[in-house]
Design a protein around this ligand. Structure first.
Ligand SMILES: *Cc1c(COP(=O)(O)O)cnc(C)c1O
Ligand code: SF4
Length: 350
């Protein structure tokens, strides 16, 4: 058994075990975990010393998940209606999400798909994946496939390699992305063999690895090593972060996170406003918070390290960027507000 498989096996899934270790109420955790599964890898658990730790808040079940009345949606992005075949979401003509895995190594309490990750209805069979691949083959307008889930890296290398090979045999599939939280929760999964597999992929067309870091404390030595293995294998790394109340809704924290990622050759891509998923209201910030943070990052932080702040609109209408209002007036004499607050006239009469 490989090291990552041992780690996976030793993960905490029993409410009593977690409750004992941290002096929590086992019955509360059990009730929450009955609805939304509990799983935390030893790697993640070892980083948590106390309950207000940013990692504890991301992964420890909380009673408020069951009483959230701020958000009526279980499927805020309307993914079920946008799924022409099970486990494939086709919202934008040129790209699809292929949900190749139903489970994760650790369950984030703020997950957009918390309605179904780790549940039986999310279990993805190989037959489902093949149907998704057939759908992609029959739709020449699809040039990009995003492997998601669940976490695609819960699959074996063999299965992942097989799916990638099948996708690469479709001439119109040009770009592939793999979204995974493995660098954060189980960096040992980024084995030399996996890196080799992803390196070989680059000969057939770009394959991006989409990481998901939310807080600087997630950048441990093992995690940094895992990312460096991917970088050395020539895999382009981009990151998405979810803006989380009392975890990273602070310009200094995000500055540190994005700068650290930038130094590790991981390009911050999106900062996501929390989706309106039922059971996650306690994590959501107001849009004003995100806008203010973006305003504080522009200028002090390398432009390469500034992500786009994105709201994925309820109802499946897609993602829109939300930015501080730099444009105060258009027309022949435009007025722009600089990041430092100065309003500057811009002769726009071409
Ligand atoms: C987010 C998302 C994508 C990818 O969008 P990009 O803006 O290209 O990163 C594609 N399809 C669906 C359904 C999505 O939710
Ligand atoms: S790793 Fe991704 S899919 Fe899995 S629980 Fe976390 S946010 Fe959801």
């Amino acid at each position: 058994m490989e090291l990552w498989q041992q780690q996976h096996k030793a993960s905490i899934t029993d409410p009593r075990q977690l409750a004992e270790k941290f002096g929590l109420d086992a019955e509360v955790i059990r009730r929450v975990a009955e609805r939304y599964p509990l799983r935390i890898t030893p790697h993640t658990l070892n980083l948590i010393q106390q309950l207000d730790d940013p990692l504890a808040r991301q992964f420890f079940p909380d009673a408020v998940e069951l009483t959230d009345d701020t958000t009526p949606f279980t499927d805020p992005l309307n993914e079920e209606a946008l799924s022409p075949v099970p486990h494939l979401v086709h919202r934008y003509p040129c790209r699809v999400l292929l949900l190749v895995a139903g489970s994760c190594f650790s369950y984030c309490r703020f997950c957009t798909r918390k309605r179904k990750v780790g549940c039986r209805e999310m279990a993805v069979s190989f037959g489902d994946v093949l149907k998704g691949i057939d759908y992609i083959a029959a739709h020449p307008e699809v040039n990009e496939v995003i492997l998601s889930g669940g976490d695609p890296l819960t699959m074996s290398d063999r299965l992942l390699g097989d799916i990638l090979a099948r996708l690469r045999r479709i001439p119109h599939v040009e770009v592939i992305r793999i979204g995974s939280r493995v660098p954060v929760v189980l960096p040992q999964r980024i084995t030399p063999a996996l890196c080799e597999l992803l390196q070989r992929q680059q000969f057939h067309g770009p394959l991006y690895f989409l990481t998901h870091f939310n807080h600087p404390s997630e950048l441990t030595e093992e995690t940094i090593d895992a990312c460096q293995r991917l970088v050395r294998a020539g895999v382009p790394l981009v990151n998405q972060t979810v803006l989380l109340r009392d975890i990273n809704d602070d310009a200094a924290v995000l500055h540190q996170l994005f700068h650290s990622l930038h130094r590790l050759c991981i390009r911050p891509y999106y900062l996501h406003q929390m989706d309106l998923t039922c059971g996650t209201g306690h994590f959501r910030t107001r849009l004003e918070t995100g806008i203010k943070i973006m305003d504080q990052l522009r200028g002090p932080l390398s432009g390469l390290a500034v992500p786009t702040y994105i709201v994925d609109l309820p109802g499946g209408h897609g993602k829109v960027p939300v930015t501080p209002d730099y444009v105060q007036q258009l027309g022949a004499q435009a007025r722009l507000r600089a990041a430092d607050g100065t309003v500057v006239e811009y002769p726009n009469g071409v």
